[in-house]
Design a protein around this ligand. Sequence first.
Ligand code: GLP
Length: 241
Amino acid sequence: MKVVIKEDAAGVARYGADLFRDQLQRKPDSVLGLATGSTPFSLYRLLIESNQRGEISFARATSFNLDEYMDLPPEHPQSYWHFMQKHLFAHIDIDPARTHVPPGNAVDPISACNDYERAIQAAGGIDIQLLGIGRNGHIGFNEPTSCLTSRTRVKTLTRETIDDNARFFAAGEPQPHLSITMGIGTIMEARLVVLLATGESKASAIKAMVEGPVSAWCPASALQMHPATVVIVDRAAAGAL
Ligand code: GLP
């Protein structure tokens, strides 16, 4: 696990965007693993600008998102499908048919999860996986106690994660308690993992991930066993290391 400490959030986004740019320049038909949340937002802006300047193209790329809320229609403003359209896909030259977000409103979620795994394999596996991290150490929606070899599945959200994500929902609006998420085993098969974290609120999760024991209590700690993970943090998120 390589840990890169940048001065601020802008430096984190720049370093992460450079890794994605290099990947796409080296292999234009890359399979990208993508993430939502507030952390990757600036990195996506940088990739959009690069794409618009013609430095990189997504035309031959394929993408798989990490996770999605269950029981939200895709067009709901808080669905991760909607997030990706709004913050990335609508602004780049990617073929919409090659973008994949777990189907949170599938009629048969269990077979939808298996189909998602199969689609990743059929695409040749993920070349570069972007991750954020929850304050409790979750990656995707792999909450603490997740099996470290888990595959794409339905996962119950913890109270802490529901509360952390409440800021995105209108007051009083019902919030999903279930998700579909790639598993930790799925993430561990990505050839390169790029995890971003900024701000003091992530400092203890970063410490547990980087310096703690490998444990299902901190799902991100599994990445200690991954052969090519780059953790990019600002000074605040690195504060407890
Ligand atoms: C959500 C997502 C995660 C993300 C996490 C942190 O729970 N499922 O993929 O990493 O939030 O989000 P933020 O970047 O907004 O702190």
